[in-house]
Design a protein around this ligand. Structure first.
Ligand code: TXA
Ligand code: MG
Length: 320
């Protein structure tokens, strides 16, 4: 199979309607999409991604109008959050309607839904009139793709087409939020922060990867990983000294990183602009992984705003 890279929404729509898997751009990361009602397409997503079947997919649609089609017993707060953050990087877990096929939700009684804010994909979803399920377009456990090129590098010849929508503006996966006894809980941190959610709902709990395994089966501690071993540190100078003799690449943002004399160093935008750092994070990891070093040393970000979501991805990328 030849993988076509296209900017033409109609080509992607036709492929999806004929049951094919297509990579689509979103503001967070690229997704590997199939129409939710097409069993073969959904099976193909799991097969191509080598994703464990017990790890459910996010349903993507063009507006919150679809809530009644896909979910039941929808809390008032879900409508408020959709109103506040959609289209955008927030995924909401709702009690699933029986029409949602079990292979999309891995047999769970909840369904994850989000309205992405990428104009190309919104147009595609409007044209399709059917939701698509889409995990990030990377092989299971690997770094998520933030450009059409990243997707091609992973899946050339294995998917029919990649809808090219340019570089992802946010660059890390959506915030995932569910409800426990009616109260909002964040299971994966992203660009919509817990503080922003609290402003809308009045309360929120954050449950990290290590504590929430039963609720969110996909929250594996190891994820987003480069092939090259990665260490995360508060003190890059010290870490670098510890790996003397090895061929290292450094990723950081601080003044200490800026001042450091090192052969291979990638400086992310300074603290204060974590949005830009997040947008560049995966591209930087893809690059650092491609230049043949023994080890990637990444500097931990301050735990505030998007810094928490960036650290979450870095720490999981560093797990063996
Ligand atoms: O930003 C994003 O969310 C991207 C773009 C493509 O939209 N998608 C994405 O999908 O990150 P994926 O499959 O890589 O991550 C989705 C996560 C998985 O960890 C999965 O376990 C969790 O969402 N998830 C999906 N449905 C769920 C459900 N019903 N209950 C709990 N967790 C669920
Ligand atoms: Mg993923």
């Amino acid at each position: 199979m030849t993988t076509q890279i296209t900017k033409d929404i109609n080509i992607a729509a036709t492929a999806l309607q004929s049951g094919k898997v297509v990579a689509i751009p979103t503001e967070t990361v690229y997704g590997l999409a199939g129409i939710i009602y097409n069993q073969e397409a959904i099976k193909d997503i799991y097969r191509i991604k080598e994703r464990p079947l017990e790890n459910p997919l996010i349903v993507h649609t063009h507006s919150a109008e679809i809530f009644p089609e896909i979910a039941v017993d929808i809390p008032e707060a879900a409508y408020k959050l959709a109103e506040a953050f959609w289209p955008g990087p927030l995924t909401i877990l709702l009690k699933k309607n029986t029409v949602i096929p079990d292979n999309v939700t891995s047999g769970l009684d909840t369904v994850a839904v989000r309205v992405p804010s990428h104009p190309v994909t919104i147009s595609l979803l409007r044209e399709l009139k059917q939701p698509v399920a889409a995990p990030s377009a990377n092989p299971f456990g690997r770094i998520s793709p933030t450009s059409a090129r990243h997707v091609l590098d992973y899946f050339d010849g294995r998917i029919s087409c990649i809808l090219d929508g340019g570089a992802c503006s946010i660059g890390i996966e959506s915030t995932i939020l569910g409800f426990e006894e009616g109260f909002p809980v964040v299971y994966r941190q992203g660009a919509v922060t817990a503080a922003q959610i609290k402003d809308v709902t009045g309360n929120v709990t954050v449950k990290t990867a290590s504590t929430n395994t039963p609720k969110a089966p996909g929250m594996y501690p190891r994820h987003y990983s480069p092939r090259t071993p990665l260490v995360v540190t508060d003190d890059i100078q010290k870490a670098l000294a510890g790996f003397r003799g090895l061929n290292t690449v450094i990723i950081g943002y601080s003044k200490m990183c800026r001042d450091l004399i090192a052969e291979k160093k990638i400086v992310l935008p300074e603290s204060g602009n974590f949005e830009e750092a997040a947008a560049k994070l995966y591209g930087t990891l893809h690059y650092a992984d491609s230049i043949n070093t023994d080890i990637i040393i990444a500097e931990k970000f301050p735990e505030k705003g998007l810094g928490s979501a960036i650290n979450d991805r870095l720490i999981r990328a560093s797990k063996k």
